[in-house]
Design a protein around this ligand. Structure first.
Ligand code: G6P
Length: 500
């Protein structure tokens, strides 16, 4: 009840994402406990947060949890509550059973429900209101990902003084697919409330611009989009635009382009140099019966990742006799994800059936074919796995970026190891020295796996060196710095401090 009277603290830099960078858990005594969950985004933004006294607005991951803002390891946390029904309609429904499959090339059929859309609008408004209430005059607000596409416009209407950025972590689909969405115009308008809209790949940015041109009729001159505005809004943000592009209307110029995300590359590399983690990597290989080749897959258990395609290829190589279980083991980590969404339950059943069949047919008493793990692991264990793996297999059918590919490369300070990478992952735009594959082409996927197994060390090193240069030069700190630079150029005067 007191919360109505509390004057909120305000901040000059505010990040808004569906999930907070902290996990909410219960301790031994059943008391609420917050655990820092150091994802890539947190690592990148932490220094910026500290330099600017920033705040993070998001959901704590549990239904019906009302908590006041608090501080966690130097980050100001502003929780947004969701009811159980909102979790079902906004998060599991509209975000992960409508937008997620639609934006990933309809690999699974998207479901369109009006009540889900209504919940999405309502929850986006709550995030926008919360962000507005903690932003100081002229603050920079950075909204993250597909769960919150309406927030930029809502926020601009509430607070025209703010500079607003949006970054889409997943693909933006081609017009022919995006057009299915019954609320397509509202989503585009929602995003265009931002000053800068960031995408993973150049193709995502051009898919977006094309949708804006065709569905809203706004003029686009890559990388800009001219959004018509009422005179009173325009006067708040007088961005000069060449008059021939105005065609008699006042416009607000929005920048839409690619800012490929990355990882804390040095952080991963440092862990890989830790002798304890290297010992763990040897232990993992021994535990597998020391096969000649360890092939690794690491994914959230998601139908976009092509896990079945990779198992099909590996199973056929065993069936054809081109490989035996003494030659090669496939280790598949599939971390549990969105377990109440039906498409994810079905996928889990299919994958576990496949693993059981392949192991039943080919495993021996001393060697397994597929070592399957339905778990998430701490970063240290992941680094040990990457070190233990001769071949990293990334076969996504569609993926915004795929950070697993970059993590594997960052860890391989020995310059060894082969990355097989789907051309449908955003990372393929940068990681050209990987063995690129079309995961739908099973024959070629099988040949590529054999090529990786047989590749001479000299060639492995040449490729890995080139990959490492890319990943070490372009880390997540550089990503956030370049996005925030673009954002501060939109409205000179609204600068946010660089860390350090
Ligand atoms: C993808 C999305 C993120 C999301 C993550 C985990 O990477 O781009 O926005 O947080 O998956 O999914 P979850 O539904 O558990 O948040």
């Amino acid at each position: 009840a007191d919360s109505d009277h509390i004057q909120h603290e305000t901040y000059g830099f505010v990040v808004v994402s569906n999930r907070l960078p902290v996990d909410h858990t219960l301790d031994e005594n059943g008391e609420l406990k917050w655990e820092h969950s150091p994802g890539g985004l947190v690592t990148a933004l932490e220094p910026v947060m500290r330099a600017n006294d920033g705040a993070w607005v998001g959901w704590a991951g549990q239904p019906d949890l009302e908590v006041e803002p608090f501080e966690n390891e130097g980050i100001n946390i502003v929780p947004v509550p969701l009811s159980a029904e909102e979790v079902q309609r906004y998060y599991e429904g509209f975000s992960n059973d409508t937008l997620w499959p639609l934006y990933h090339d309809v690999i699974s059929a998207p479901t369109y429900h009006r009540v889900w859309w209504e919940a999405y609008v309502k929850v986006n408004r709550r995030f926008a209101e919360r962000a507005a209430s903690v932003s100081e005059q002229g603050a920079v607000v950075w909204v993250q990902d597909y769960q919150l596409q309406l927030v930029p416009k809502m926020l601009r209407e509430l607070r025209p003084d703010l500079t607003i950025g949006f970054f889409n972590h997943i693909p933006f689909p081609p017009l022919g697919i995006f057009s299915q969405l019954p609320w397509r115009e509202s989503v585009l308008e929602g995003l265009l409330g931002a000053d800068v809209i960031g995408f993973q790949r150049a193709d995502d940015a051009s898919n977006f611009s094309r949708s804006v041109r065709h569905l809203l009729g706004y003029a686009t001159t890559r990388p800009y989009i001219d959004v018509p505005v009422d005179d009173d809004t325009a006067s708040v943000s007088p961005v000069p635009v060449p008059s021939h592009e105005r065609r008699g209307r006042r416009v607000r110029r929005v920048l839409a382009k690619q800012f490929p995300i990355s990882i804390d590359s040095r952080g991963y590399e440092e862990l890989a140099r830790d002798p304890a983690i290297q010992a763990r990597a040897r232990e993992i290989r021994e535990g597998l019966g020391n096969p000649k080749t360890v092939i690794l897959g690491v994914d959230r258990l998601d139908y976009t990742k092509g896990i079945r395609h990779r198992m099909k290829a590996f199973g056929e190589l065993l069936a054809d006799g081109r490989l035996s279980v003494e030659d090669a083991t496939l280790v598949q980590v599939a971390s549990p994800s969105r377990e109440r969404v039906e498409a994810y339950m079905d996928l889990r059943d299919e994958i576990e059936l496949t693993v059981g069949r392949i192991n039943g047919d080919y495993a021996t008493m001393s060697h397994t074919a597929i070592s399957y793990h339905h778990h998430g692991y701490p970063r240290e264990e992941m680094v040990a796995l990457y070190l233990a793996a001769d071949i990293m297999l990334v076969t996504a059918l569609r993926d915004g970026m795929n950070l697993v590919a970059k993590e594997y490369v960052a860890v391989r300070h020995d310059n060894d190891g082969v990355l097989i990478l789907s051309e449908f992952a955003g990372a393929a735009d940068e990681l050209r020295s990987a063995l690129l594959v079309n995961p739908h082409d099973i024959a070629s996927l099988k040949n590529t796996i054999m090529r990786a197994i047989e590749m001479p060390r000299r060639d492995r090193v040449t490729r890995m060196r080139a990959l490492r240069r890319r990943v070490l030069d372009n880390d997540v700190a550089k990503w956030s710095a370049s996005f925030l630079r673009a954002l501060s150029e939109v409205r000179p005067g609204h600068r946010i401090a660089a860390p350090g």
